[in-house]
Design a protein around this ligand. Sequence first.
Ligand code: HAM
Length: 420
Amino acid sequence: MKFKVPRGTSDVVFEKAEKKQLVEDTAITMFERFGYRPIITPTFEHTELFQRGIGENTDIVQKEMYTFKDKGGRSLTLRPEGTAPVVRAYLENGLASRSLPVKLYYCGQMFRYERPQAGRYREFWQLGVEAIGTKDAFIDAEVILLLVRIFEEMGIKDLELHLNSMGCPGCRKSFSEALRKYLADKIEHLCEDCQKRARMNPLRVFDCKVRGCQSAIKDAPLISNFWCEDCCNHFETVKGLLNDMGVSYILNPALVRGFDYYTKTTFEVRTESLGAQNALGGGGRYDGLVEEFGGQSTQAIGFAIGTERVIMAMEILNENFSAGSKIDVFVASIGEARKNGFKILDSLRKMGISADMDYAERSLKGQMKLSDKLKASHVMILGPDELKRGNCLIRDMKSGEQTEIKLTDISLWAKNCFKK
Ligand code: HAM
């Protein structure tokens, strides 16, 4: 074999592709049930959008972006996440003039140059929502509830919802100062990157996976000690609403998440069953991002789910998770009768019934085997004897029952059988 997929990417074929479709369909049904509408943005954007949006000192911007110059010399980046592009699109398309909040959802590939391992890829899919234009704590609760309800709908149990508040810029300022002071004493225990982070953006030391850095921040000050009254009240309301809805959560003051844009509520859904890459989805408020991109002061919140990780979790945690296309009718015929079969196939498909036939000139026996593999619920056999009588044979593959019907009665039979 001459060519292989690039490291960290994969082909999604057959059952995997069908499982992916099932996950996406379930999430999108839920997004729409909660009143979110689709948005599609380009897979690449101007590099500066992510530098400004995600933050210069984050791992994503520093190490993980696929950035390239196009033939016109512009610096472009394959999107590593969906929030900054959606906010750009919100401003560029004048969505602020719609009724607020604007509630949007997306489904698409993201690209991060990370070390590939199970659940971590260089090209991966996200399903996400963004609700832009309100500071109401009810929307925080709605977004979190949507995330939780999606996993319930998918039959994924054994989940932990981690919850925190990153505070407003005021709380963040005092927290960063305290953290900077704390880290100054530990500087020699930090990796080279974190020594820089400790000065430039100390919060990002929390993202570092190096063991020395993790133990250095073990007793670091926590954001929860720096919340102002407004942030406390907002967080209390969100927690209260979640309690009312029966959603349980773990308060995790160390949940800072890897983006600079977060303010106030942040959250992540994790499952132990996935090992190291245990976050199925996460998000939070980003009340300053619209303004950062040149818009009016506008509060917003959203989340994204990692599709591949959800598929992995469903394979482990939901014993009923199977996807695989089934067809309603397999039309079996040989020789001249194939032409009749081809016509019947077309009329069934026009009625909205999924139907298929043999395209490799198999014997009738071979076609029966194929119909089994295709999981056909019924096989229509156009045997020479039946055709002479103007009839065909229909076998119900579940019960094994066979009936002979007139060719002219096929639509009636199909209508009754599939009630479409
Ligand atoms: P994130 O936590 O970076 O957030 O990504 C969301 C989810 O995408 C993760 O929980 C994980 O399931 C999946 N994911 C992340 N990186 C990879 C990877 N390399 N391979 C496979 N799956 C991955 C965001 O992207 C934010 N934009 C979410 C958000 C929306 N915040 C506010 N609005």
